[in-house]
Design a protein around this ligand. Structure first.
Ligand SMILES: [Zn+2]
Length: 148
């Protein structure tokens, strides 16, 4: 059975709030999704990859626009509930960047904390809704719509 998860992740992959603050932000998320959606908060040791699942169709270089078909090869192999270092040199144009700047379509994110709503019963959060969650968290957030 397939399911959808709406993830809310801080824009800074290494930023982390206290548990109390994260719970407060999760409560805001819970008000924005279906009443029967279960909202969870997960802390990761380092910057975990929050993947859009089967919604991920394409990954592009942020500098030259090349289609990075072998993007998975760029991931460091030291994954331990997250990556300590997202630095990468891109094979297309040699640019030195961070993995979280790659143009994932649909979007993915990296984060030490992940607020997730299972089967949210809605589509993307609006910019205003993201700002409201960001205010509760004390940090700007981005979203990942994951299909499993
Ligand atoms: Zn490039």
């Amino acid at each position: 059975m397939s399911e959808n998860l709406l993830h809310v992740v801080p824009t800074d992959p290494f930023w982390r709030p206290s548990a109390d603050v994260a719970d407060r932000a999760a409560a805001v998320v819970a008000r924005l999704v279906a009443a029967d959606s279960v909202v969870t908060v997960e802390f990761h040791r380092a910057a975990a990859f929050i993947h859009s699942g089967s919604n991920l169709e394409r990954v592009e270089c942020p500098h030259c626009g090349a289609n990075l078909e072998r993007w998975a090869d760029l991931m460091p192999d030291d994954y331990d509930d997250g990556f300590d270092d997202l630095a990468v040199r891109l094979p297309c144009c040699g640019a030195d960047t961070s993995l979280d700047t790659l143009r994932f379509d649909w979007p993915c994110a990296f984060g030490c904390i992940d607020i997730a709503a299972r089967n949210p019963g809605r589509s993307w959060l609006t910019d205003d809704e993201l700002a409201t969650i960001g205010d509760a968290l004390g940090h700007r957030v981005r979203q990942v719509m994951q299909h499993l």
